[in-house]
Design a binder for this molecule. Structure first.
Ligand code: GCW
Length: 587
């Protein structure tokens, strides 16, 4: 096939137009657009399109489409489930140029144009990536990504003026600190002129920040922004700020309110080149959460929506879990009157990477669908889960309709199945503390992290309505009204917003307790069905691929059984209410 590349300055950055014919024309304003156009053309052809009749104009919705790696320089990956780091080992850089090139191409193929490689929880060595001793190596890595238009971002320590620079303070109002950040930015950009910027986790889970020095989040972010501005860099400032030393006896403090409380009053106070990076839900990547109220509320500050591609609370790449369903639901959720999250057009979309140095990238090969989904939605947040997953399955497994159809269907069901045996109705946190895989109903109930379900003999959940912690007041009134009322609150968020008696009747007529029993029994049966379905594909799949996934399904079944039995026993003991259907509950 002949391809003709045209420059069209009327197209926005990164955008492309493909016009079919004997010679296919790809028009774009820049080199990135030309690359995206070429990769999109390859993809369309693999999906069965006829190059002669193609007529596509594609413009990314978000300017910055970024992956954050939480990789440590010792080679481990925080919340990583796919082997070690692609970039580091034993306190040093260690990367395979071939692998990085493949990775860069894979990222470009889904439109990702920024990547941070080091964990936002800074450890000793990684704090020093901004020094002369490390920058030459970092610049080599930047050069490896550059042909694919993927730009590096560095996660930095807010206290770096002290911890790296040896200054007595990191206070943003100190002249020495201001100068230090300016010099640091100049040094970094001398090595990596196209660095996208700095990523900061400040005042969050023991990372340093401006609050401890009596300064606001805006004071803190703006000093870094001033240093980066002359180089065209951006500060990605995370909003994961909450009290992680809460007393469980305190029922007034409510963790999901924290990001809004800290940042909404500062709307408009941040420099032009600051992007506030906000987790998609107000708590922490649980299976079912509402959209963070902060995402809709900010109107004078740039926002990034942060998704967690890696499956920390969602099965750890053992259990089958496609984010496409909950993410597309979130993007379709109203966050302002008449406006969905997708329509608010955040200029930055971030995903926490699920990739490691396992040969198949993601441990569970089916988890690669999540990386694909992330890139596709960052580019076009109006896409549907089914089309994304079907395309991924076709690109990965070829055009055997039985295979792609079956895998698409399993992926589409996977979130609801996982929610059934873990966290129906939006209750979260019943997980094993620390590593977060598997059930432990009270594992987080008396902890300092602000993570409580407050199950009693008569009722379950935290009342976050105006009668309770009033989280709902952080949403616009018409949206708050939907969550306030148990008749209109989406069922999968019922126990997120409401404290309800076990006798509460759901729309299908079942009581709350019966629903808990039913979903936990069903969840296990659904996993058995997944296993049986997967077995039907054995003759059509590569043996190793079949086996890797089959082995994971085996572990998923054990996990689901454990969740079912512990949850059902816990609530049966607590309430004394029997299962109407008389199934086995262990006492
Ligand atoms: O979900 C929590 C994780 C932490 C993570 C933190 C964050 C990088 O358990 O491992 O730290 O979120 O987002 O900063």
């Amino acid at each position: 096939m002949n391809i003709n590349y045209n420059t069209d300055g009327t197209l926005p950055p990164d955008a492309f137009r493909i016009t079919g014919g004997e010679t296919v024309t790809i028009a774009s304003a820049d080199g990135a657009g030309a690359l995206y156009g070429k990769l999109a053309l390859e993809e369309k052809i693999k999906l069965g399109a006829d190059a002669k009749t193609l007529d596509i104009t594609s413009v990314p919705a978000a300017k910055n489409r970024i992956l954050n790696h939480w990789d440590n320089m010792d080679g481990t990956v925080e919340r990583g489930y796919a082997g070690g780091s692609l970039f580091f080992k034993n306190g040093d850089f260690a990367w395979d140029p071939k692998r990085i090139e493949e990775y860069a191409k894979m990222l470009a193929a889904v439109g990702i144009n920024g990547i941070s490689i080091n964990n936002v929880n800074l450890r000793d060595d990684s704090r020093r990536l901004i020094t002369e001793e490390r920058l030459p190596q970092l610049a080599e890595l930047a050069a490896a990504f550059r042909p694919y238009h993927v730009r590096l971002i560095i996660a930095v320590d807010f206290a770096a003026p002290k911890t790296v620079g040896g200054l007595p303070t990191a206070d943003s109002f100190d002249d020495g600190v201001i100068a230090w950040w300016r010099e640091t930015a100049a040094r970094v950009y001398a090595h990596i002129p196209d660095l996208m910027g700095f990523l900061v986790k400040a005042d969050s889970e023991f990372q340093a920040g401006p609050a401890a020095l009596g300064r606001t989040q805006a004071d803190g972010a703006n000093v870094l922004a001033a240093a980066l501005a002359p180089h065209g860099g951006t500060v990605f400032w995370r909003c994961f700020v909450y009290d992680c030393l809460q007393d469980w006896r305190d029922t007034k403090t409510d963790r999901p309110k924290a990001a809004y409380e800290h940042f909404f009053p500062l709307d408009g106070a941040f420099a032009e080149n600051v992007v506030l990076q906000i987790k998609i839900g107000p708590v922490d990547f649980q299976v079912n959460e509402p959209v963070s109220p902060l995402l809709g509320a900010l109107t004078k500050t740039r926002r990034a929506i942060e998704f967690q591609v890696t499956q920390e609370y969602t099965g750890q790449q053992i259990d089958l879990y496609a984010h496409a369903v909950p993410w597309t639901r979130a993007l379709k959720t109203l966050v302002r009157p008449g406006q969905t999250l997708a329509q608010t057009r955040a200029d930055t979309v971030v995903g926490v990477s699920n990739v490691g140095n396992d040969a198949n990238w993601t441990g569970n090969p089916l988890a690669l669908a999540n990386l694909y989904t992330f890139g596709k939605l960052a580019w076009d947040p109006t896409l549907g889960a089914e089309e994304i997953l079907r395309d991924w399955a076709t690109l990965t497994f070829g055009n055997d309709a039985a295979v792609t159809g079956t895998i698409t269907e399993m992926l589409l069901q996977s979130h609801d199945v996982f929610a059934k045996y873990t966290a129906p109705l939006g209750i979260g946190w019943m997980v094993q503390p620390g590593h977060h895989y598997g059930v432990n109903v009270d594992g987080y109930e008396y902890m300092k992290w602000g993570t409580y379900h407050r199950a009693a003999h008569d009722a379950l959940g935290v009342d976050r309505t105006s009668r309770g912690t009033n989280l709902t007041a952080q949403y616009p009134p018409e949206i708050a009204a939907v969550y306030e009322n148990t008749d209109t609150c989406p069922q999968d968020l019922l126990l997120f917003f409401h404290r309800l008696p076990y006798s509460f009747r759901l729309k299908n007529g079942a009581t709350l307790i019966q629903h808990i029993y039913d979903t936990h029994f069903e969840g296990v049966e659904d996993v058995r069905r997944f296993i049986a379905t997967w077995e039907t594909l054995e003759p059509r799949l590569q043996p190793q691929l079949f086996a890797v996934v089959a082995e994971r399904f085996g572990r998923q079944l054990e996990n689901a059984v454990e969740w079912r039995d512990q949850i059902n026993t816990y609530f049966h003991r607590l309430t004394g209410i029997p299962d109407e259907k008389g199934r086995k509950i262990y006492d």
